[in-house]
Design a protein around this ligand. Structure first.
Ligand SMILES: [Zn+2]
Length: 369
C-alpha cells in the first residue's frame, strides 16, 4: 500500500523539492510520512473547501499546488486561517503535501502544460528559480566499473543539471595502493603495490542526498575502500521556472489574446498593441509578472502570466514586451490537473480525485456572467 512518504519521494524524482524557491515551504506540511494512502484529492488551492471535500471523500491525503504555511506561526489554534485548516486536517488524519514552485519548474509541470495548451513550439526553459544547494562528488573507479557506478549515483540523485540527468565527467589515470595484511582487495594482493587504470568520475550531488549517494557508491563500487571526495560548491545557477516557445504561425497580438481566452477559459487583460505581430511567447503561471525582464532577455515578444501589477505592465510595455494577465487560477489549474495525472500513473493503487470548486467559490473566479 502507498504511503505519504512514497508520494513525497515520487514527486521529488519528477519535481525535486530542492528546486523550489528558497522560501517556498514545499513538501509535507501536515501529517506523517508513514500514513497509508488509498484515496487522495488534488487541488490548486489549499482551502477549507478542498479540505472539507477530502474529508467527505474519506481521503487520507490532500495534495495542493499552493502551500498552507507561508508565514511562521507561533501557535496552532483556530484563530488563524492556517491554524483552522491545519487542525481540521490533523484531526481527521488527512496529510497535506504542497508541490509549488518545484512543480512550476518541473519538466511536464505547470509551465510546460501552459506552453502545451497554447500550442507553443520549440519550448525551452527561461528565468530563475531557487538555488540548488549542491556539492560535487569525485570518485576514483577502475575503468570497467565506471558505467555501473555512474548509473548507481544517478539513481541516487547525482548528476542532475536542469532538464538533464546522469550528467558526469570522467578522466583516465592511474590509481595506486598497497593493501595491508587483513584486507580483502578486489584487485591486487596484500603487501604488494598495485597500479590500476582508473577513472576520476565527477558528479553534482544535492547536499541533502550526499548520504544516499555514498550508500549507493559503497554498494556499487568494487573496492573495499573506495576513494572519494565531497566538495562543497557555491550555489550554482538556479532552476529555470518559465517557458518560452513560438507560435506555429505569427499572429496579431489581439487575436492571440482571444486565443488565450479560449484555450484557458478565461478573460485576459492585454498590455500591447492588438495589431502588432507576435510569435515568440513566454509563459509563467500564477504571479510571474516580475519575470518580464527575463522573458524579454530570452527573446519573448509577449509574456503570458496569471497576474500583472501596473508597475510591471508599464515598465514592460515601455521596454517593448507585451503582457497578458490571464488569471492565476486559469494559468495554474491545468498544471495542477496534470499533477493528478502524474500521481495517478505512478500510484494506480490509489484513487486520485481532483477538486474543482464551483465558479465564484474557493478561489475560482467567475469568468463570464
Ligand atoms: Zn500560484
Amino acid at each position: 500500500m502507498a504511503t505519504v512518504g512514497e508520494v513525497l519521494d515520487r514527486i521529488d524524482r519528477k519535481a525535486p523539492w530542492r528546486s523550489a524557491y528558497q522560501d517556498d515551504p514545499v513538501g509535507l506540511q501536515v501529517g506523517r510520512r508513514s500514513q497509508t494512502v488509498t484515496r487522495a484529492l488534488v487541488s490548486l488551492d489549499r482551502s477549507m473547501g478542498a479540505a472539507s471535500k477530502a474529508a467527505e471523500l474519506s481521503a487520507e491525503l490532500l495534495v495542493t499546488h499552493h502551500p498552507l504555511f507561508f508565514r511562521q506561526l507561533a501557535r496552532l489554534t483556530d484563530e488563524s486561517e492556517e491554524g483552522r485548516l491545519a487542525l481540521f486536517l490533523a484531526e481527521r488524519s488527512i496529510a497535506l503535501i504542497s508541490a509549488h514552485t518545484n512543480w512550476d519548474a518541473a519538466h511536464g509541470g505547470v509551465n510546460d502544460v501552459l506552453a502545451e495548451i497554447l500550442g507553443l513550439q520549440d519550448v525551452r526553459p527561461f528565468g530563475p528559480s531557487g538555488p540548488a544547494r549542491e556539492a560535487k562528488l569525485v570518485v576514483f573507479v577502475p575503468r570497467e566499473s565506471t558505467d555501473r557506478v555512474i548509473d548507481a549515483l544517478s539513481e541516487a540523485g547525482c548528476g542532475e543539471i536542469g532538464l538533464y540527468r546522469r550528467c558526469a565527467f570522467y578522466s583516465r589515470g592511474t590509481g595506486t595502493f598497497r593493501p595491508l595484511e587483513g584486507s580483502n582487495p578486489a584487485i591486487g594482493q596484500p603487501n604488494a603495490v598495485e597500479c590500476v587504470e582508473e577513472d576520476r568520475v565527477e558528479m553534482l550531488v544535492p547536499r541533502a542526498r550526499v548520504a544516499a549517494a555514498l550508500e549507493a557508491l559503497r554498494a556499487h563500487h568494487p573496492y573495499e575502500e573506495p576513494a572519494f571526495d565531497i566538495l562543497p560548491l557555491e550555489d550554482r545557477a538556479p532552476w529555470p521556472i518559465g517557458r518560452i516557445g513560438a507560435l506555429r504561425e505569427p499572429s496579431a497580438l489581439g487575436d492571440f489574446a482571444r486565443f488565450v481566452d479560449e484555450r484557458l477559459q478565461t478573460r485576459c487583460w492585454l498590455w500591447g498593441k492588438p495589431d502588432a505581430t507576435v510569435r515568440r511567447i513566454a509563459v509563467v503561471g500564477g504571479a510571474g509578472d516580475d519575470l518580464w525582464r527575463d522573458a524579454l532577455t530570452a527573446g519573448a515578444q509577449v509574456l503570458v502570466t496569471g497576474e500583472v501589477r501596473q508597475h510591471h505592465a508599464l515598465a514592460a510595455s515601455e521596454a517593448g514586451l507585451a503582457m497578458i494577465a490571464a488569471g492565476h487560477y486559469a494559468t495554474e489549474n491545468p498544471g495542477t490537473m496534470r499533477l493528478r495525472e502524474f500521481l495517478g500513473a505512478e500510484f494506480p493503487e490509489v484513487e486520485w480525485l481532483f477538486f474543482e470548486p464551483e465558479e465564484g467559490e474557493a478561489g475560482r473566479p467567475v469568468v463570464r456572467w
